[in-house]
Design a protein around this ligand. Structure first.
Ligand code: NAD
Length: 267
């Protein structure tokens, strides 16, 4: 299916690895020009190289791949983004998730960091891009959040809290008739367990804490997912690209869970 978005411009955050990279790759394969942002220049340069190779394979006009090493959670980082390219049709918000722990240990600074990265940064990026999208009559905003928004996990309290704030904000903006009637949609993608560096680090931490091998921890985690495996960044990116498509113009204000069937509820 042609998603009808070739030639559009996308800003994809946290795109040097993992789910953000999966989204950038899927968009480039649809002929979308991308500005990919992540903090580490070396990892980002490798990612940009891979994306440019994918761009060469696109059957139409080769999409552009711009890369910027910046921290999107800082005001300065966001200024650098818009200095590089100032108008976007597609926005994929993403940054590292907050640490796990016991809520008794989290002070105001830790909460502010989590709220900054996982709520206020996406809101700032939405604010900076959405009116231009509405003026041009096309906009797709995807926030990478977490299955923890739907099924909270106690040790992920910083994530549960901060991302729920973003989810409530997005639900309201998505239903603003001035935006929805101008073909601007906002949706959240909720990853369950995906095979990324972040998940590998979590599994390594669980292994060292329990004394079990990493392979055993991985197998035990996969066994409780009906799909019996973790998702891949490419699968995640494909759903993201569909949400960015022309065809998905009537889909807005939704929280889409991608978890191999792990969430046990009917809805
Ligand atoms: P990852 O650690 O593999 O990749 C994160 C990417 O974001 C990297 O490119 C990193 O450089 C970039 N990044 C982090 N902070 C940034 C910042 N401040 N500015 C710019 N770039 C930044 O992580 P992932 O597994 O791809 O996860 C992406 C998001 O999805 C995270 O918020 C994570 O908490 C959430 N999530 C992931 C899973 C999973 O199973 N992988 C599950 C639930 C939620």
């Amino acid at each position: 299916m042609d998603l009808g978005i070739a030639g559009k411009w996308a800003l994809v955050c946290g795109a040097s690895r993992g789910l953000g990279f999966g989204c950038a790759a899927a968009l480039v394969q649809e002929g979308v020009n991308v500005l990919v942002v992540a903090r580490r220049p070396d990892v980002l340069a490798e990612a940009a190289k891979e994306l440019r190779e994918l761009a060469q394979d696109y059957r139409g006009t080769t999409p552009q791949v711009l890369a910027l090493a910046a921290d999107v959670t800082s005001e300065y980082g966001r200024q650098q983004v818009f200095a590089q390219h100032d108008s976007f049709d597609i926005l994929v918000t993403n940054a590292g998730g907050p640490p796990v722990g016991d809520f008794r240990d989290w002070d105001r600074d830790m909460w502010m960091q989590a709220v900054d990265a996982n709520m206020l940064t996406p809101i700032a990026l939405i604010r900076a891009t959405i009116d231009g999208m509405a003026e041009r009559g096309f906009g797709r905003i995807i926030n990478i959040t977490s299955s923890a928004v739907k099924a909270p996990i106690d040790i992920l309290g910083l994530s549960n809290g901060a991302r729920s704030g973003l989810t409530g904000f997005v639900a309201g903006v998505a239903r603003n008739p001035e935006l929805a009637s101008r073909n601007v949609t906002l949706n959240n993608l909720l990853p369950g367990k995906f095979d990324t560096d972040r998940l590998a680090n979590t599994l390594a931490g669980m292994a060292s804490k329990s004394g079990n091998s990493e392979d055993d921890v991985r197998a035990a985690q996969q066994a409780v997912i009906p799909a019996q495996r973790f998702g891949s960044p490419a699968e995640f990116g494909a759903v993201c690209a569909f949400l960015c498509s022309q065809q998905a113009g009537y889909l807005t204000g939704q929280n889409i869970l991608l978890d191999g069937g792990a969430y046990p509820g009917t809805f």
